[in-house]
Design a protein around this ligand. Structure first.
Ligand SMILES: CC(C)(COP(=O)(O)OP(=O)(O)OC[C@H]1O[C@@H](n2cnc3c(N)ncnc32)[C@H](O)[C@@H]1OP(=O)(O)O)[C@@H](O)C(=O)NCCC(=O)NCCS
Length: 217
């Protein structure tokens, strides 16, 4: 399959269950036993930071095979100047459709839409392997950090407009959209609405732990 075999379009209400199931299939056992991303998507759509104009799915032969979503977030410089940016994620592709350019197509499509909306920077947490080919760089390269000058290895930044971040120090202020995902009971109750699936360990969980506990000095 190549990119011409998929259609990229906005998600609509009728897609919600299919997209949540897709996320569950894509993320299951990837970072932890089971996953929470289907619940994350479910609650995200109602959050004020959610950006419906950047909520897209990839469709192949009438089936949704990929999805991407974004939320509003902020960078604040040392003088207190605020830059409104976007945070990407989740991005997911059905396992049997991965490594065929669908994730790439979803990102490139939505980067262009975000640029047209006036955003010049996109940030996300993730495995750098998935993103460096799309032009993301370490947050350290753009001087983007958390309060306390922490530069997480998994905090990846892409300028949608060259020079947008101009070298000054920026503190990243993510949305609190994912806060409810810490509620394990709520995640488990939501997951129980889907067909049973076995939780288990796989090596990617250790990879995730290493990435998510690492910082660049
Ligand atoms: C990550 C994911 C969205 C990528 O989508 P995809 O359609 O499989 O990726 P693509 O085929 O478009 O590949 C995009 C690039 O990433 C690379 N890539 C994709 N998966 C990779 C992997 N597991 N390891 C290393 N590189 C990978 C590809 O080589 C490609 O690079 P290129 O453009 O230089 O050729 C998809 O694999 C997925 O849903 N994974 C599970 C959920 C997940 O990890 N989401 C991201 C959260 S951080």
């Amino acid at each position: 399959m190549n990119n011409t075999d998929i259609i990229i379009r906005r998600e609509n209400k009728n897609d919600f269950c299919e997209v949540e199931n897709l996320a569950r299939e894509a993320f299951w056992n990837l970072s932890v036993p089971g996953c929470f991303e289907h619940y994350f998507i479910h609650i995200m759509r109602d959050h004020p930071d959610f950006i419906p104009e950047l909520d897209f799915v990839a469709v192949a032969d009438g089936k949704i095979v990929g999805a991407v979503m974004y939320c509003k977030s902020k960078l604040v410089d040392e003088q207190g100047c605020v830059k409104d940016i976007v945070t990407m994620g989740p991005l997911c592709v059905l396992p049997e459709f991965q490594r065929r350019g669908i994730g790439k197509a979803l990102l490139e499509h939505t980067f262009a839409v975000a640029r047209d909306m006036g955003y010049d920077t996109v940030v996300n947490f993730g495995n750098p392997d998935n993103y460096v080919a799309r032009g993301y760089k370490s947050c350290k390269k753009f001087n983007v950090c958390f309060e306390g000058d922490v530069f997480p290895a998994a905090l990846l930044v892409k300028e949608l407009t060259d020079g947008a971040l101009d070298g000054r120090k920026w503190f990243y202020h993510p949305s609190d959209v994912d806060a409810p995902c810490d509620d394990e009971k709520a995640v488990a109750e939501f997951d129980a609405l889907f067909p049973p699936k076995v939780k288990g360990w796989q090596p990617s969980q250790e990879e995730f732990w290493i990435h998510s506990h690492s910082a660049i000095t």
